[in-house]
Design a protein around this ligand. Structure first.
Ligand code: A3P
Length: 268
């Protein structure tokens, strides 16, 4: 029998709205023991996390497509704070069974990232997306993901976004928090979704350099090709098609929705 997903409300965790089940086991997340070789991919929800994850996995596997199709994204690179109806499937449960070096996804704002990541000196890749596209993408996602809080009508949703009341809190504080930290912490690579759209080869090379994994031009080209919107939309290991319809209501929206941007904010 398939468990039915239910929409979670959010509650305050140290000033940040998080879904109730995440809040309930937040102490466990807080005590997570990162290893120095673990890599954290941090984003505000819907900023291009899955895209970044796929690029990183391909870089770490020297562009080997087959290896990167070994499992769905959330199994290859678990989502730190994510809870599931089956506790054995939660992000923490998966991570505790994996040997470092692990690639770990989080949407936590910087002040809630477990201390061990900083103490161990882990590398962190942060991806930011302009707020207009980010909130539109988040709205469609909340309509389709039946574990997310009820989005309600768009005008109210937009107000909640601007007030920092959606899950994982304020977009403004999120992007600023990691931006400030990266000024003093060389282990943070700060990326922009729009830069990645503008010149994916350049950004793949930046990530590879940051990870200390030099790539030949042909491998960069392969990675760019394998991580276009169309390639990822058609890749069952990168498009979340393994998530059942009882959780992702695909009549409301696809996970790989549009992958476009309206507003370009230069990073320099
Ligand atoms: P849209 O809803 O605007 O289409 P996340 O992975 O953080 O949940 O972000 C999802 C957003 O990134 C979605 O945006 C999705 O379509 C987009 N996305 C995923 N893969 C992409 C890719 N290869 N190129 C461009 N956008 C991508």
């Amino acid at each position: 029998m398939e468990n039915k997903a239910t929409r979670n409300a959010v509650v305050d965790v140290r000033g940040v709205p998080l879904q109730v089940p995440i809040a309930k086991y937040f102490t466990r997340v807080d005590e997570f023991q990162a290893h120095k070789d673990d890599l954290l991919i941090a984003t505000y929800p819907k900023a291009g996390t899955t895209w970044t994850q796929e690029i990183v996995d391909l870089i770490l596997n020297k562009g080997n497509e087959e290896k990167c199709r070994r499992a769905p994204t959330h199994v290859r690179m678990p989502f730190l704070e994510m809870t599931t109806l089956d506790p054995a499937e939660s992000g923490m449960a998966k991570l505790e069974k994996m040997a470092p070096p692990r690639v770990i996804k989080t949407h936590l704002p910087i002040q809630l990232v477990p201390r061990s990541f900083w103490e161990a000196g882990c590398k962190v890749i942060y991806m930011a997306r302009n707020p207009k596209d980010n909130v539109v993408s988040y709205f469609h996602f909340d309509c389709m993901n039946l574990t997310q809080p009820e989005p309600g009508p768009w005008p109210e949703y937009l107000k909640k976004f601007m007030k920092g009341e959606l899950g994982w809190g304020s977009w403004y504080d999120h992007v600023k928090g990691f931006w400030r930290e990266k000024q003093k912490n060389k282990n943070i690579l700060y990326l922009f979704y729009e830069d990645m759209k503008e010149d994916p080869s350049r950004e793949v090379l930046r990530i590879a350099e940051f990870l200390g994994k030099p790539l030949s031009k042909s491998v960069v080209d392969d990675i760019v090709h394998l991580t276009t919107f169309d390639s990822m939309r058609d890749n069952p290991m990168a498009n979340y098609s393994t998530i059942p319809d009882s959780v992702f209501d695909r009549k409301a929206s696809e996970f790989m929705r549009k992958g476009e941007f309206l507003l370009y904010v230069r990073s320099e």
